[in-house]
Design a protein around this ligand. Structure first.
Ligand code: F6R
Ligand code: ZN
Length: 184
C-alpha cells in the first residue's frame, strides 16, 4: 500500500512517512567564505532543514522523490545563509524547484563553472537542467521555503562544491543583495 503523505502548499508543511535532514553552522565547514565568522556563531544554529518523501529506494531508476527545504534567514559574516549545493551524482538528472514562502536566489552552475542566478519567491517554478550544481540562498528576513522534485537515482555529489564552491557568492553589502565573483 502507498504511504499517505500530505503537503500544505501555502506553508510547505509536510506530514506522513518522511525523511528529515538538518544542517547547522557546525556542519557547514568549508562552504562559507568567512571561516572565522562561521566559527564565531553557535555551532548548533540551524541553517536549513529538508523534509522529503522517498517512495522508492535511493538509486532506483525511473522513480521520483519530493521534498521541501527551509532555509532560515541569517548571515555568516556578510554571506547569506544557503544550502551546501550539489551536483547530482547521476549527472544526467534534472530537478524542479518552486518557491513557497520567502525570498531568495537559486544559483545554478554548469560543469565549466558558469553560474546563473535566478530569483525565487512564492509561485515561481524553476527548472534545474541536468549537469548543473544548484544552491538556494535566503536573501530575505523570513524563512525561504522551496519545494523540489527530483529523480530517485539522482543522488548528491557535494565534493566538488566543498572543494571549489560556486563561482559567485551572495552577500549583503551595505544592506543590498550583491552577487560577487568568488575570490580564490
Ligand atoms: C535534491 C535537492 C534538494 C536539496 C536540499 C538541500 O536533489 O536538490 O532537496 O538536497 O535543498 O540542499 P543540499 O542537498 O545542497 O544540502
Ligand atoms: Zn538536487
Amino acid at each position: 500500500m502507498q504511504e499517505f503523505v500530505t503537503v500544505n502548499f501555502e506553508t510547505g508543511a509536510m506530514d506522513g512517512h518522511l525523511k528529515y535532514g538538518e544542517s547547522n553552522i557546525g556542519d557547514l565547514v568549508g562552504f562559507f567564505e568567512d571561516e572565522a565568522a562561521r566559527k564565531a556563531l553557535p555551532q548548533n544554529l540551524v541553517v536549513y532543514q529538508v523534509q522529503s518523501y522517498c517512495p522508492e529506494a535511493e538509486g532506483t531508476e525511473g522513480g521520483l522523490f519530493f521534498g521541501v527545504s527551509k532555509v532560515l534567514p541569517g548571515l555568516v559574516g556578510d554571506e547569506y545563509f544557503m544550502t551546501k549545493g550539489h551536483f547530482h551524482a547521476e549527472e544526467d538528472t534534472a530537478e524542479f524547484y518552486w518557491g513557497i514562502t520567502g525570498q531568495g536566489l537559486l544559483l545554478c552552475m554548469d560543469e565549466q563553472g558558469r553560474t546563473t542566478c535566478r530569483q525565487i519567491s512564492p509561485g515561481v517554478l524553476l527548472y534545474i537542467p541536468r549537469r548543473s550544481a544548484h544552491r538556494l540562498v535566503n536573501t530575505g528576513n523570513s524563512v525561504l521555503t522551496v519545494g523540489a522534485c527530483w529523480p530517485s537515482n539522482a543522488g548528491h555529489n557535494y565534493d566538488r562544491i566543498r572543494r571549489t564552491g560556486f563561482s559567485v557568492r551572495v552577500k549583503n553589502i551595505n544592506g543590498a543583495v550583491s552577487v560577487v565573483p568568488t575570490s580564490d
